[in-house]
Design a protein around this ligand. Sequence first.
Ligand code: ASP
Length: 324
Amino acid sequence: MKRRSFLHKATLAGVAPAMLPKTGFSYQKSDSTITNDPIAICTWNFEQANATAGKALMSGDNALNAAILAAQVEEENPENSTVGLGGAPDRDGQVSLDACVMDHQGNCGAVLAVENFVHVAALARDVMTKTPHVMLSGKGAEMFAREQNYPSTPLLTPQAKKAWEQWKETEKYQPIINVENHDTIGVLCRDKEGNISGACSTSGLGYKMKGRIGDSPIIGSGLFIDNEVGGAVATGMGEEVVKTVGSFLIVELMRQGKTPQEACDQAIERIIKKQQGTPNFQVAYIALDKAGNIGARCIHKGFTYMHFQNNSNKNIAVKAYINS
Ligand code: ASP
C-alpha cells in the first residue's frame, strides 16, 4: 500500500458516541445572549488577518477555515518577525515554524519545527484531516508538506538575517524575553452555525536553541477549543504557558462558570504566583465563549487584540497585570 493511501485509511479506531461515558455536568450558557453572528478575535494588532477571518465568516465559511485564513495573512507577511516568512531564526540562523489548529468537534493537528514551508497552520490541518496523527515534527512534517504539494520557500528574509547577524555580535544564548519579542498569531472564530474553532502559528522565540518548542503548537497550551464552552489562545513566553497548560485551563475555568475575562485573569495569576518577584516576560491570553463573550489579559502592558463582529474590526488594548 502506498504511504499516502495508508495515511488516508489508517484513522484511529472510533468509539460510538452512545458508548462514551457521560461527564456528569454540562456547561451552562447564558442563553438569552446567544446569537450566532460571526466573531473573529486574534492576538495583537493583526488587522488585516482578523478582517480576513471576519469576512470569510460573514460569507458563510466555517470557523476553522476562517481561522486558518487569518493565520496565513501573517505567515506570508515578511514584516512580522515572529510568524512565518520573515520570522526570527534560531541561534544558528535557521527559521523554524510551529502551528496548531483545533475544530469544533475536538479534532486537532499540529506541526513543530518546520523549516522552508510557510503555511504551517494549513499543514497542521492536513495532519488533522489526512493522517491518523495529531502532531508531526521536523523532517517528518516537511516530508508530509512535500507530499501534500506545499511549495518549499526559504523563510529567512534579508532583514531577519541582518538582525540575526547583529544579535550574533553579543550572542546571548538565553532568549531575551520582553514584550516586544512576541507576535504569534492566535485566532479564535465563531461561525454562523455558532461553532468555535481556532489556529495558532509562530516562529517561536527569536534566537532560540535549535529544536526548542514553545506553547504555540501544543494543544491545551497555545490553543484549546471545546465547542460546548469556548476557546482560548496564548502568546508570549511559551515555556510559562506550557507549565500551566494555559489555554486548557482557561476553557475549563469557563466550563466551571467563569466568564472569559475571569478565566484569563486566573490563568495569568497562576503564572505570576509561580514567580519569585516580578516576571520579566510577557504572556497574554484571549478567550471567547459560546455566547460571544470575550476575555483578555496580559502580564505586561502593550498587548492588544483584534475583535471582528457586525462588520467592525477593532483593536483593543488589554489590561496588564503589572502596570509598569
Ligand atoms: N508563544 C510563542 C512561543 O513561545 C512566542 C510568542 O508568542 O511570541 O513560541
